[in-house]
Design a protein around this ligand. Structure first.
Ligand SMILES: [Zn+2]
Length: 323
């Protein structure tokens, strides 16, 4: 191997990475480069010409230094200002755009999630700020795209340990005396959330938190997610009964009889997702509150769906941030 330029490290061809930290530092070295990226992606591909909403035509825009340090470009025809951050998750945020971009980079470079504590340490913001940034990235940029699933679709539900909200007057510590056993069991049950997921074989996945694992909830969600011309594959859980009325066919694998794969009938793909999700949540976030669980699901679903794309996850996510 020929010696490379040590001052300009490049990604080796065999690396799995599509966008390395070195490339991030080269392309987005400061706040101005992130603002410029947003400006070009949203309004002016060449950095100069943009459609002026006031003049109703393409105009040349310039960036003038203002006393307030405005992050905007000004129309040379009418003086109208365009703010590249308006309408994005960065709008009115006092956190530098550079830190936002790096937080997005971190979210796309991990496979097991980023905790607010870790982001707080990495970028030097308060815990509250780090938490808010991650929440916005998860709920705004990583939300489901609404595109239905089709083909062979596996569905399954799982329990994820979480933190239930305390009921008023409830003692935080449950004493495990004989009279309190049933209460402890109830609390344990309440602390678990039902997560439901459906995945196209060889394709995209969707996941959501459901109020229960009973039939009506599961059926309603599947009908909403999956096109009727699809084949549904589930386990033998009785709540999945009656799905053949809504889809071309419904195959079931009888796990309790010791069957896990019968030809094409298996739910290994969706179980693989849970097999990654559950230990990751435990390892990275310990326990997550039911209230925010959907955000964490969005994050894992988004990364899984983006991994097959030719575009790097980081570029895909900053492009979404700029829409
Ligand atoms: Zn104008």
């Amino acid at each position: 191997m020929a010696a490379g330029n040590r001052h300009e490290p490049t990604r080796t061809a065999c690396s799995e990475s599509q966008f390395s930290l070195m490339e991030f530092m080269r392309d987005f070295p400061d706040d101005a480069s992130c603002l410029e990226h947003l400006w070009r992606t949203r309004y002016a591909p060449d950095g100069e010409h943009a459609e002026c909403p006031k003049c109703k035509q393409e105009r040349v825009f310039r960036r003038y230094a203002t006393a307030q340090g405005r992050q905007s470009w000004c129309c040379t025809g009418c003086g109208h200002h365009l703010h590249p951050t308006a309408g994005t998750i960065f709008h009115k945020s006092s956190t530098s755009l550079h830190l936002w971009y790096f937080a997005i980079y971190m979210m796309t470079s991990t496979r097991c999630g980023v905790s607010a504590k870790m982001l707080e340490r990495e970028i030097g913001v308060s815990y509250k700020t780090a938490w808010r940034m991650l929440r916005l990235i998860r709920t705004e940029l990583m939300a489901d795209d609404g595109e239905p699933l089709r083909g062979d679709v596996e569905a399954d539900e799982a329990s994820v340990d979480g933190k239930p909200r305390k009921r008023q007057g409830e003692h935080p510590q449950i004493r495990l005396g004989p009279s309190r056993r049933s209460e402890a069991a109830k609390l344990r049950e309440r602390s678990r959330a039902t997560v439901f997921a459906a995945v196209e074989r060889g394709g995209r996945i969707k996941a959501t938190v459901l109020p229960s694992r009973h039939g009506p909830h599961l059926r309603k969600q599947l009908i909403e997610w999956v096109e009727p011309e699809s084949i549904i594959i589930t386990d033998e859980w009785p709540a999945y009964g009656g799905l053949d009325q809504h889809f071309i066919s419904h195959s079931r694998i009888n796990h309790s009889a010791g069957w896990y794969v019968q030809g094409d009938t298996h739910t290994n793909t969706v179980e693989g997702f849970f097999g990654h999700l559950k230990p990751s949540i435990k390892g990275t976030y310990r326990r997550v509150s039911h209230r925010w669980l959907q955000g964490y699901l969005n994050e894992f679903v988004w990364r899984r769906n983006a991994r097959y794309s030719d575009t790097s996850m980081f570029v895909a996510l900053i492009e979404r941030a700029a829409t």
